[in-house]
Design a protein around this ligand. Structure first.
Ligand SMILES: [Zn+2]
Length: 271
């Protein structure tokens, strides 16, 4: 896998881009602050798949609670792989990089979040934001991953979520806000896809040479080594994309940008 910071930044960059692309007339976000909430959820969701590894720093985001959850996710993943494996798949003894690293998990995560937000509105959005901000902070600052510091991470996430609760008007539909989770998970999958190991993107539905849990990935020479130069380059590139977009959105060009999208051109009432 690429490093935690790369995952988190890629999620934030993708989240900011998608937030701008979905026009408000389709239930998209309608303010800069709301775009940042969307991106915050996506940034944290970009760490979510690695909850299947109790050793991952992200599994310590909420201390013992997330560690327990991580063990559960790992065991359930392992069980599901063994239940669905093809005749040529080896027996799975470790659920890491399996179920949560499939396209179906990306879709399912959004499909759980969207109705939750539709049904419970603001409290659900801010609740999800809180959880995902904690994952994002943990991902961005792995040096804070010494065991005790989860309290600090949780407190910081709570503070940011409280700020959003007080000051951010949320107008986007549940479907749009829930899709931020899928965007983040997809960003994670893209990051793992380009590394040496690849991911079981279509498992267990697509059978290949007797295997259902085969790893899809780039051709061997193009694969990236985790924490290597390519990883560092990607981190810088995503950080730049985030900074540029934050300045762009924050400077108020956000609405104009949305008008480039065909469905919202009718909003342009200036002429
Ligand atoms: Zn991963």
């Amino acid at each position: 896998m690429v490093m935690g910071p790369t995952h988190a930044m890629s999620g934030a960059a993708a989240g900011l881009a998608v937030a701008q692309l979905l026009p408000a007339s389709w239930g998209g976000v309608s303010s800069a602050q709301e775009a940042f909430v969307f991106a915050g959820i996506a940034a944290g969701a970009a760490l979510l798949p690695d909850l299947d590894s109790p050793q991952a720093t992200v599994s310590r985001s909420f201390g013992p609670v997330s560690q327990m959850l991580s063990h559960l996710v790992e065991n359930v993943s392992q069980f599901l792989v063994n239940l669905t494996r093809g005749p040529k798949d080896r027996r799975c003894g470790n659920g890491h990089r399996t179920v949560t690293h499939t396209l179906w998990f990306a879709l399912a995560a959004g499909a759980v979040a969207a109705p939750l937000i539709s049904a419970f509105g603001r409290p659900a959005t801010i609740g999800l934001l809180f959880v995902f901000l904690a994952l994002a902070i943990r991902g961005l600052f792995p040096e804070w991953s010494k065991k005790k510091e989860w309290v600090l991470v949780t407190a910081l996430a709570a503070l940011l979520a409280y700020g959003a609760w007080r000051y951010v008007p949320l107008t986007a539909s549940g479907l749009v806000l829930g899709s931020a989770v899928t965007v983040g998970v997809l960003a994670h999958l893209a990051g793992d896809f380009i590394t040496k190991h690849g991911i079981p993107l279509f498992a267990p539905l697509l059978r290949f040479r007797g295997r259902r849990w085969w790893n899809a990935g780039l051709p061997k020479p193009l694969r990236v080594r985790a924490s290597g130069p390519a990883d560092k380059f990607l981190l810088s590139a995503f950080t730049m994309l985030v900074v540029v977009q934050v300045i762009y959105i924050g400077s108020g060009d956000f609405v104009e940008y949305a008008q480039f999208v065909p469905a919202s051109t009718s909003i342009d009432s200036s002429r």
